[in-house]
Design a protein around this ligand. Sequence first.
Ligand SMILES: Cc1ncc(COP(=O)(O)O)c(C=O)c1O
Length: 442
Amino acid sequence: MNSEQTKKTDREHVIYSWSVQGKVNPIAIDRAEGIYMYTPEGKRITDFISGLICVNVGHRHPHVLKAMREQMEKLTYISPSFTSEAKAKLCSMIAEVTPGDLDYVFLCNGGSDANENAIKTARWFTGRHKIYSAWVSYHGATAGAITLTGDPRRWPAEPGIPGVVKYFGPYPYRCPFGSEDPEECAKRTLNVLKTQIMIDGPKTIAAIFMESIVGTNGIIIPPKSYVKGIKEICEDNGILLVVDEVMAGWGRTGKWFGIEHFDVVPDIMTTAKGLTSGYVQLGAMIWNKKIWDYFYDKPFASGLTYTGHTLACAAGIANIEIYKNEKLVEKTEELGKYFTERLNCLKDKHPSIGDVRNMGLWACIELVADRKTKAPIAGYNDCNCNISSEITKRCLDMGLYTYCKWDFIFLAPPLVITKQQLDESIDVIDKALDFPDTIVRK
Ligand SMILES: Cc1ncc(COP(=O)(O)O)c(C=O)c1O
């Protein structure tokens, strides 16, 4: 089918996520390879956002395809109560790369499901019911995960599950407690959280959830002192620290997991996306030894039909092998430095850029109407003023797809991107930025 035929059939039957159905106008993609996607007519589009920031090893990687084919010939699925070489091997490979004693792996269908299981674990382990999560966060779309989520995607799902309490994390560019200095912002944020916990009752709190680096709400990188401070609050009060590595994990930031930048080991880690690079859906919740010991003689009452799906496990193994064999984590750290340089040049050139933030090959350009006052150009949750859709359109016209929302342009190519491909892509972003420059307050 050509694009028009595909779209016609699609629009008669397919329900789209997070969208007004009558306004959806999808691009048909026929095949993809490396960092490129192709329409049925052969138009090439650079995937500068790795699907939904998940296709870390690139599209159609031969090593993953081979591993999946071989697995499919033998076994694609068995009941979660059986084991297979693929499941056992994948979990041991995950344990090997996760920090500290995060060695015990519960396989899930994706990131939301991993967070649901982390909520259950924290409540059963501590016997407490409250779960803390940040206002500026996204943790998924299932009942518990969307309640954890701070951003407006939560609003239609309210009131959500009981017992979830919100706190402010640090946002050094727009400190919620009025400091211009990142360290001072971290200090004030921690002090407010400590007071909040004191008043709320520390013994009622099972867990604090956080994204190691806030993802779809602006790639917000916390100061190290903040993450260490959160860990201390948890330890002092018998609260579990759950770190969501769904987006930050698997080399994206130039380390295996984002939390490694802060020298903190959480009690529970959740992950998905780059675990299989989206070849088959798979997530994981990973426990430390303390939690494993607790559940050793008690039932862990959770699981789904596809828990530990064999084909997904084979895709996961192949992905981890690629991260290692192609040194993708190290390569991302190195190329990330160059990415920072290029992003800073864009900032010098374009008055509409208020801030650029990146770790490895994961960046956000934050647009402003006025650099001095930091007045936003579109504003929080502003989907109506068409700035992000216009930037997306201009990039697409030049053959590049990336994700823009509110005041943010997100950049996250597959980690297999070359320096030359990165340069070509940033040149496109550079040109697209001429548009917001025209509406900056003079
Ligand atoms: C930080 C974070 N947590 C959880 C999720 C939810 O993962 P999934 O869509 O696989 O359920 C996402 C998805 O983007 C995410 O970015």
